[in-house]
Ligand binder design. Structure first.
Ligand SMILES: [Zn+2]
Length: 132
């Protein structure tokens, strides 16, 4: 548990890169023993955290930046509309993500990298339109 965050992780609560601390489910989800073995990066300044790519070789690689609770909810909301679009085969996943990136004017889109609720709202509007 001593590995430092490689280049600092962006924390949406602090709105800057922070020296996140690696911890596990015992601290983040004390009531979920089934998650105790999983790793998380936590910002000790604001208390927010992000999970890791648990199922890969690099088990401590963060899933994205560190979201606030509000942002986490917003992202889940986006996923609920976004995922069925490609899952039903309406548009291939890669093409869909490229389309969102294009509309946002960024090189690559990842829901886990959304930094502000404002941006989440923008994405939500795009995704909702694409789902229609
Ligand atoms: Zn923070």
């Amino acid at each position: 548990m001593t590995r430092p965050s490689p280049t600092g992780l962006y924390c949406c609560g602090c709105q800057k890169d922070v020296p996140a601390r690696l911890t596990d489910g015992r601290e983040v989800y004390p009531h979920r023993p089934d998650l105790f073995g999983l790793t998380f990066w936590k910002c000790d300044t604001c208390g927010n955290y992000v999970g890791c790519h648990h199922k890969t070789k690099d088990r401590t690689r963060p899933l994205g930046n560190i979201p606030t609770k509000e942002l986490k909810n917003a992202r889940q909301h986006i996923h609920r509309i976004l995922d069925p679009i490609w899952q039903k085969g309406k548009v291939p996943r890669g093409k869909l993500y490229a389309k969102i990136a294009e509309e946002l004017g960024i090189a690559e889109y990842h829901t886990a990298e959304i930094k502000t609720v404002e941006d989440a709202r923008k994405v939500y509007a795009i995704v909702k339109r694409l789902a229609a």
